[in-house]
Design a protein around this ligand. Structure first.
Ligand code: 5GP
Length: 116
């Protein structure tokens, strides 16, 4: 039911992006429509449509996403001031791309967590 998305093409370098990091488990690149001074997406190289599809076999990948987020935050110089990590799931969250991804947002004060 879920088909692979444009993020698969980004992982395979079939579409060019502002690539920040890539290893055997994850890929990170700058969001095409940044919502903050720094807005980077960290995604698994494995196709997982939503957080609801995450299984225990993915735990290493999910852990790597966090480790890489912290490394990128350090490299971008935002570790000390802080940043926000967001993962959306399904309609109510506003998930647009059905390949799980972590938003790394920072480089400025981010305001309240939610505006409903
Ligand atoms: P979601 O709303 O699904 O959590 O976030 C999807 C994010 O992917 C959005 O912030 C959107 O701007 C970003 N995005 C969608 N397509 C592309 C693309 O082709 N390239 C890049 N760099 N970002 C994309």
């Amino acid at each position: 039911m879920f088909k692979e998305t444009i993020f698969s093409k980004i992982i395979n370098r079939e579409i060019s992006v502002d690539l920040v990091y890539q290893d055997e488990l994850v890929t990170a690149f700058r969001d095409i429509e940044p919502k903050a001074a720094i807005h980077i997406l960290i995604i698994p190289n494995t196709f997982i449509p939503t957080i609801n599809h995450v299984k225990s076999i993915h735990e290493k990948i999910l852990g790597r996403m966090i480790t890489v987020a912290a490394k990128i935050a350090y490299d971008e110089g935002i570790s000390k001031d802080g940043y926000r990590l967001i993962m959306n799931c399904n309609r109510h969250s506003g998930q647009e791309v059905y390949h799980i991804h972590m938003h790394l947002l920072g480089g400025q004060p981010l305001g309240p967590l939610l505006s409903i």
